[in-house]
Design a protein around this ligand. Structure first.
Ligand SMILES: Cc1ncc(COP(=O)(O)O)c(C=O)c1O
Length: 355
């Protein structure tokens, strides 16, 4: 700590991202990245744009990308906001919508960036416990608040809520924004986008980092009533007019438009997820029903931190989150088939050697 720091910076507890180790031949199942490369059309578009035009600023409104997203989801560009990863979009949304004095509501076990944004913007928050089965109970969110944020499917559990539950939240808080973070929605949950035309208080946030395999490009977007989008633009243009560079804009557009690549790779990943879940259950793990590109699993009589450390010795990294409710669990990203097979073999060996 330095005396040069502002009081705010002294108070911050920043988010800790999953590690990106520089170890050769590592099986990296800790940050929910895609095991497949992105759409070849996205890579071709980025290569083509990597030329002399980089001397020019990019389109501050990312018009072509927003048009492509709008076409795909059946809305207009006025319903679309884009940002530098959905983390940035979420940060702007917290600042734009959640400062009404009452707490922001989110689950006790969910994406751990939410309390960090509250710390950054000085927003009070209340963490609503998941039930015993690690599910969100929307009835527990029916009290005065500055807004609600739900990850659907939730992270790190992978469990999805039906749209009826999202509608219950929207109806309970008509004068507050209900933000649905759909980072993993493409892997099997129902998107709330279809509710946008009936609910001006609904903001849906998605990302190209997971189902489009573009975590390295940093592109996320929000969908909602044009009045909500205007608020996000006001925050963005008070912070950074050009959050998406030229390469990100063209790459993201090509990825959004490559429907075949998208549907094939999502289907492939879901098949592998179900095999991985089955394999873990055979080894005695309890595995929550996942609608995401990761699974959340615990062993009835093995310490999760110990398992994570033993896997690491075998060059496999999974995510173990400390904390009263998360400590017994491992979050395992669904990798390629061979990676998941190696993981299961290694776990089998670890379990046997300790029994
Ligand atoms: C629930 C959730 N939301 C948002 C994000 C942020 O994704 P990105 O900033 O890569 O779009 C993540 C990343 O892991 C996540 O798990």
């Amino acid at each position: 700590m330095s005396e040069l720091w502002s009081p705010l910076v002294r108070r911050l507890t920043p988010y800790v991202p999953g590690e990106q180790p520089k170890i050769a031949d590592l099986i990296k199942l800790n940050t929910n990245e895609s095991p497949y490369g992105p759409s070849p059309r996205a890579i071709a578009a980025i290569r083509e744009a990597a030329g002399g035009d980089l001397r020019l600023y990019p389109d501050p409104e990312a018009t072509a990308l927003r048009d492509a997203i709008a076409r795909r989801v059946g809305l207009t560009a006025a319903h679309v906001f884009v940002g530098n990863g959905s983390d940035e979009v979420l940060a702007h949304a917290f600042q734009a919508f959640f400062d009404h004095g009452d707490p922001v509501l989110f689950a006790d076990v969910t994406y751990s960036f939410y309390p960090v944004y509250c710390g950054l913007y000085g927003l009070p928050f209340e963490q609503i416990p998941l039930d015993e089965a690690m599910r969100v109970r929307v009835e527990d969110y029916a009290h005065p608040c500055s807004g609600v944020i739900i990850a659907n499917p939730n992270a790190p559990t992978g469990i999805a809520l039906p749209l009826t539950a999202i509608e219950t939240l929207l109806a309970a808080h008509p004068s507050r924004v209900v933000l649905v973070d759909e980072a993993y929605v493409d892997f099997g949950a129902e998107s709330a986008v279809s509710l946008i035309s009936r609910h001006p208080n609904l903001l849906v946030v998605q990302t190209l980092s997971k189902s489009r395999a573009l975590a390295g490009l940093r592109v996320g977007f929000a969908l909602g009533d044009p009045a909500l989008i205007e608020a996000l633009v006001r925050v963005k243009d008070s912070f950074n007019s050009y959050p998406l560079d030229r390469l990100a804009q063209v790459g993201a557009q090509a990825a959004i438009e490559d429907e075949n690549w998208f549907s094939e790779s999502v289907a492939r990943l879901i098949t592998t997820r179900e095999q991985l879940s089955g394999g873990l259950r055979e080894l005695g793990f309890e595995v929550l029903p996942s609608s995401a590109n990761f699974v959340y699993a615990r062993h009835p009589d093995r310490d999760a931190a110990h398992l994570a450390a033993a896997l690491r010795e075998r060059a496999i990294i999974v995510r173990h989150l400390k904390g009263p409710r998360t400590a017994p669990w491992l979050r395992v990203t669904v990798g390629a088939d061979e990676q998941c097979a190696t993981l299961l073999d290694s776990l089998r060996g670890i379990l046997l050697s300790n029994s």
